[in-house]
Design a protein around this ligand. Structure first.
Ligand code: AMP
Length: 295
C-alpha cells in the first residue's frame, strides 16, 4: 500500500489506461470506521482502489467541528493495511488549497434543500474538493456512501453538468446493531446521547413501515418521522423527497429519499433510507442509476 502525502507523490499512483484495471477512488475524511471499510472492500470489485484521507476545511462552516474533527492517520492506515488498497492519498490542506481566495464549484439545484439549506456553503466546499480529487487522481470510478445521500446527488449533478469522465457508485449504509448509522461523529456522543441517537434510524424505519402498509401521503409520513424523533434535542429536517431532484411530492411513490437531520446534545447526525415505491410494494434501492448495475 503506497502512502502518498502530497500531490507530487501522485506520480506513484498505479498505472491507468488501456489494458489496466480501472482506478477506483474512495474519498474519505479519515477517522475510519466499518462504514468506510465496507466501501473500500466493495470498491475492489470495480478495480484498483485508491483511498483519499483529507479533512476538507471548505465543507465546514464557522462554528462547526473542523478543528476538533478526529484525525489519526496511523490508525487509519492500520485499518486499511489488511484490505487490498493500492494507495492512500493523504495530503495536507495547504497542498490541496494553497490559495485562500480561489475558484470554487457552485452546486446545482439538489444542494438547495435538506443539509444545503441548514449548512450554507457546505456543498460548495464538498464539490470543490471532490472536483480536485477527481482531477488529481483521475479515477474511472468513484465510490460514495449512501449515508450522505444528498452529497451523492449533488456530486452526480456536478459530474453530469461539468462532464467529468467518471462513473459514480453509491453503496449501502453500514449500521451499529441498534440501527444507528456509523459515523465518525458518533464518537462525540455521551453514553446517554448515544442511547437517544437510536431514535434517528428507528424513525426512518417507522416511516418505511408505514409506506409498506400503504401510507402514501407525504404529510402523514413526515408526521410519523417527526413524532418518532421526539428524543432528539432538535430536528433540523425530517422529510420525504423525490430522487434525484429532492422535490417534495404530495404522494409518496416512485424513487424516494426519507431523510432526517437531528441534534443530540451538540452533535449533528444525519441518516436516510432510499426506497422505490411501486404498485408491487417497496424495496431498498441505490440513489444513482450506475450503482444499480454490477461492476
Ligand atoms: P466521510 O469520511 O464522513 O467524508 O465519509 C467518507 C465516505 O464514507 C462518504 O462517501 C460517506 O458517505 C461514506 N460513509 C460514511 N459513513 C458511512 C456508513 N455508515 N456506511 C457507509 N458509508 C459511509
Amino acid at each position: 500500500m503506497e502512502l502518498l502525502r502530497s500531490r507530487r507523490d501522485l506520480a506513484r499512483l498505479p498505472a491507468r489506461g488501456a489494458g489496466q484495471p480501472a482506478l477506483v477512488l474512495v474519498p474519505t475524511m479519515g477517522a475510519l470506521h466499518a462504514g468506510h471499510l465496507s466501501l473500500v472492500e466493495q470498491a475492489r470489485a470495480w478495480g484498483t482502489v485508491v483511498v483519499s484521507i483529507f479533512v476538507n476545511p471548505l465543507q465546514f462552516g464557522p462554528g462547526e467541528d473542523y478543528s476538533h474533527y478526529p484525525r489519526d492517520l496511523d490508525r487509519d492506515l492500520a485499518l486499511l493495511q489488511p484490505l487490498d488498497v493500492a494507495a492512500v492519498f493523504a495530503p495536507d490542506a495547504a497542498d490541496i488549497f494553497p490559495r485562500q481566495d480561489a475558484v470554487t464549484v457552485s452546486p446545482g439545484p439538489a444542494a438547495r434543500f435538506l443539509c444545503g439549506a441548514s449548512r450554507p456553503g457546505h456543498f460548495q466546499g464538498v464539490l470543490t474538493v471532490v472536483a480536485k480529487l477527481l482531477h488529481l487522481v483521475q479515477p474511472q470510478v468513484a465510490v460514495f456512501g449512501r449515508k450522505d445521500a444528498q452529497q451523492c446527488l449533488v456530486i452526480a449533478e456536478m459530474v453530469r453538468d461539468l462532464d467529468f469522465p467518471v462513473r459514480l457508485v453509491d453503496l449501502p449504509t453500514v449500521r451499529e446493531p441498534d440501527g444507528l448509522a456509523m459515523s465518525s461523529r458518533n464518537a462525540y456522543l455521551s453514553i446517554e446521547e448515544r442511547r437517544r441517537a437510536g431514535c434517528l434510524s428507528e424513525a426512518l424505519q417507522q416511516a418505511r413501515q408505514a409506506l409498506a402498509r400503504g401510507e402514501r401521503l407525504t404529510d402523514r409520513l413526515r408526521e410519523i418521522l417527526r413524532s418518532r424523533l421526539a428524543a432528539a434535542d432538535q430536528v433540523e429536517y425530517a422529510e420525504v423527497c423525490r430522487v434525484p431532484d429532492l422535490q417534495i411530492p404530495h404522494e409518496a411513490t416512485g424513487h424516494l429519499l426519507l431523510a432526517a437531520a437531528v441534534r443530540i446534545g451538540r452533535t449533528r447526525l444525519i441518516d436516510n433510507l432510499v426506497v422505490r415505491v411501486s404498485a408491487t410494494g417497496i424495496r431498498d434501492v441505490p440513489l444513482l442509476a450506475a450503482g444499480e448495475s454490477e461492476p
